[in-house]
Design a protein around this ligand. Sequence first.
Ligand SMILES: [Zn+2]
Length: 211
Amino acid sequence: MLESWPMLDLTVPAAVALDLAAIGRFASARGWVPATSGNFSCRIDAAHAAVTRSGIDKGNIRPEDVIAVPLSGALPPGVSAETPLHVARYRHDAGIGAILHVHTVAATVLSRCDSAGGYVELEGFEMHKSLRGVTTHEGTVRLPIFANDQDTGRLAERIEEAIGAEPAVPGYLLAGHGLYAWGASMADAQRHLEGLEFLLQCSLEERRLRR
Ligand SMILES: [Zn+2]
């Protein structure tokens, strides 16, 4: 019922759609969003975000593939099934400007290997400094892992409750599924995504060599 769709009069700003298309090409070129997987979003204002449509090639996001969604209330049809995970993050942290989700090999494999412990531990990497507020390679970064769930509304509630108001790391893993990362802007979110993915790839390589 179109009458019940709350977003009919809100269009996605062109700059937001272009940002999402650019991050889609970036991730697709690296093989991080195979087989139409992954999803990306950008905050429009205090009450709305733009999210990629379900089932599209993220290397070729067109303006009509980006849908404006309210951060509370019913979601419009056609949005990614994982939109509740994005919406919940925006709702719980007003400082978040963009959220990126990819299905990389390193994130998928390590989130399975370490799921029992609840996090992937990353220690001593210079790349820690890609993360907000981290100024040294010394210390440990623990990237949380949550069990996957096809009920993404329920999953979002569980995640938001667990990570609290100020998560130590701007991202998390879903076991056997992929990586979420966010930031105050699209550039911050991309830096966090790249940094976390690099750290996961290093960890995966190290484990292979040490077997
Ligand atoms: Zn996913």
